[in-house]
Design a protein around this ligand. Structure first.
Ligand code: GLP
Length: 634
């Protein structure tokens, strides 16, 4: 394959698609072709399969091919990469269960042709069972194709950092970060198994073809390390570089840290759009640790930007232009400054008082991402409504619900105890009562946070979207019921400004699902006059900060405003232990919110702009056809 100049740092082939769906359609077609080719020759196709949220879309597409295009799996044998050790097949978080729910139950794959490591073999027999697994793969002629996801530690299967290139199927101890990432599935880190059985790196590398999938910004860093760094044990996915037929199939968000996306001017000629110019200049300022206005011609030419200088220079002009652009993002008036000239302001001056809707995928996203701005909007006379899209009940540990349950029982002491059923990771079996209690708890906390932020009572709506109520983490399936519910509220509120989050997140996350529901709702509202006048501003939860070049509106916070924001976050007390919220505890979440807001102020300062205590940032969102057409099916 010919490598473009811009891909020269990539040590293995990477195919970037606009969306995960698009990538999965391509791969499913390839798998179907392999299966049919083998069937025509009267042979088996041997597939290595993966679990996690990443391959879910691929499995949905394979099921569709089976149902709608007659793809048969009768000549397929599957081997899964891994299984948690200590979980029975029946456990809802076992990979056995996952694979059956996501794929096997919906296709004609004969049960004897399904293979997963057995998580319940006694310790003394694990070694022999692992060897037998390897032997079975070999006896069937080896894996034709191995599908992989990638963990944030760089693991493939459960080959955590430290796994050797030649490792084989074995029992492993899970890394702390891996257990934390799995905490949402198991409703808390303590419930996550400590061990797993996984195919080794060597087992994976023996497959004839390997395709690694990755979606969302959270994977961007590890993908870039695996693709552009040297192969090392500390990042097992990097060992894939040695394979003769491997490719990474990723979406744009997961590609963001590859040099050709992040610093394209370093790896070849680029078209200097205004956005890329701003990105390059802010990067250069950081690189040479000089404020934008002090950058010199030689700084540009020594850092791969000689052509930019020729096109748009000298440095003085480029510097001034970029400085002004960034300067214009700063405003203390996120809803527009009444009566002011708004030519260079992020938001319109008129109407003076705007209807503002803030969409929070889960309660707490609002204050985490834009608590300070929320307060400002209200203080500046706008009519603010916070719409909580999901109940957030899945993120409440049982022990928190138990406290409320005890309290309610004591209050109405004639009532029998309304205990939530402990379920050790099985939320499907949690009683509806428990889910309801948890949802109410989060409502009360969201209201407390709004009160603290100075938002008048009654400014909140709780949509409890059905996809969340009926779903589980990583496996949500939005339908038209969700977008119709959201469209209904928007139609009623007719906002001038809409704040939303979730762009670039893992497509299976609550945030990304909510954003896809929003795009569908907006397309349903397209014809309405108010919607054409409605501006969408994106905010981010603090685990992922905007870069200076991505910001269209920067709202400074005073020290007092920052501490009020932190106090609002603190109202979400049910999130205090290790909970699914951001995969972090409340304590870590507020620290992150604090650090992100302060960090942005430091960034602006270093670029040579005013020095603030903290900043909350936003990006203008413009619908693109690709996103608008990604409507969920009913
Ligand atoms: C688990 C699995 C891996 C998977 C990884 C990423 O640890 N054992 O095979 O690649 O998680 O998970 P996700 O796809 O949900 O991001």
């Amino acid at each position: 394959m010919k490598t473009l100049e811009s891909q020269q740092r990539e040590r293995l082939p990477v195919h970037v698609h606009a969306t995960a769906d698009e990538a999965c359609v391509e791969l499913a077609r390839e798998i179907a072709a392999l299966i049919r080719l083998r069937a025509a020759a009267g042979k088996m196709a041997v597939l290595g399969l993966a679990t996690g949220s990443t391959p879910v879309r691929l499995y949905r597409e394979l099921v569709r091919l089976h149902r709608e295009e007659g793809l048969s799996f009768k000549n397929v044998t599957t081997f899964n990469l891994d299984e948690y050790y200590g979980l029975t097949r029946e456990h809802p978080e076992s990979y056995w269960c996952f694979m059956h729910e996501q794929l096997f139950n919906h296709i004609d794959l004969p049960a004897p042709q399904i293979n997963l490591p057995n998580g319940t073999v006694p310790r003394a027999e694990v070694f022999a069972a692992c060897q037998a697994y390897e032997e079975k793969i070999t006896a069937l002629g080896g894996l034709d194709l191995q599908i992989l996801g990638i963990g944030r530690t760089g693991h493939i299967g459960f080959n955590e950092p430290g796994s050797g290139r030649d490792s084989r199927t074995r029992l492993v101890t899970l890394d702390a970060l891996t257990r934390r990432d799995a905490a949402r599935d198991f409703l808390g880190e303590p419930n996550v198994p400590r061990y797993a059985i996984t195919m080794g790196v060597g087992t994976i590398l023996a497959a004839r073809k390997i395709v690694l999938l990755a979606w969302g910004e959270a994977k961007a860093r590890v993908v870039a390390q695996a693709v552009e760094g040297a192969p090392v044990e500390s990042l097992p996915a990097s060992f894939l570089q040695g394979h003769p037929d491997v490719r990474f199939l990723i979406d744009e968000a997961a590609a963001a840290e590859l040099t050709r996306y992040k610093h394209p001017w370093l790896v070849g000629p680029v078209e200097w759009t205004p956005a890329l110019t701003r990105r390059a200049v802010t990067w250069l300022s950081r690189e040479v640790t000089r404020p934008v206005l002090k950058l010199l011609d030689e700084h540009y030419s020594e850092h791969g930007m000689a052509d930019l200088l020729t096109e748009q220079g000298p440095a003085y002009d480029l510097n001034i232009r970029t400085f002004n652009e960034i300067q214009h993002t700063i405003t203390g008036w996120p809803g527009g400054k009444p009566g002011a000239d708004d030519t260079h302001r992020p938001e319109r001056a008129e109407p003076r008082s705007k209807r503002v809707v803030v969409l929070a995928p889960e309660p707490s996203d609002d204050v985490l991402g834009m608590g300070g701005t929320l307060t400002r909007l209200v203080e500046q006379g706008h009519e603010v409504t916070v719409v909580y899209l999901t109940s957030g009940s899945l993120a409440v540990p049982d022990e928190e619900a138990q406290i409320v349950s005890d309290l309610v029982r004591d209050l109405a002491s004639s009532e029998p105890a309304a205990n939530p059923e402990p379920h050790g990771g099985n939320d499907e079996n949690a009683s509806a009562h428990s889910r309801r209690l948890k949802a109410l708890l989060r409502r009360a906390e969201a209201r407390a946070a709004l009160r603290n932020a100075g938002i008048p009572a009654g400014s909140e709506r709780f949509l409890d979207l059905p996809f969340y109520e009926q779903g589980r983490y990583r496996q949500f399936r939005p339908t038209l019921f969700d977008s119709v519910a959201l469209a209904g509220v928007l139609r009623e509120l007719r906002p001038h400004l809409l704040f939303a989050t979730g762009v670039g997140q893992d497509p299976s996350s609550v945030g990304a699902v909510c954003f896809s529901i929003l795009t569908t709702a907006l397309s349903q509202l397209d014809a309405e006059a108010w919607s054409r006048d409605c501006r969408v501003w994106l905010y981010r939860t603090p685990d992922k900060a905007w870069g200076a070049h991505e910001i269209d509106m920067a709202v400074p916070l005073s020290p007092a405003q920052l501490s009020a924001k932190i106090h609002s976050i603190y109202q979400h007390k049910s999130q205090r232990s290790q909970t699914p919220m951001l995969g972090a505890s409340l304590h870590e979440a507020w620290q992150q919110a604090d650090a992100t807001a302060r960090g942005l102020a430091v960034t602006y300062d270093a670029l040579g702009l005013a020095e603030y205590e903290a900043i909350e940032a936003f990006q203008r969102w413009h619908a693109t056809p690709a996103i608008a057409s990604a409507s969920p099916k009913i």
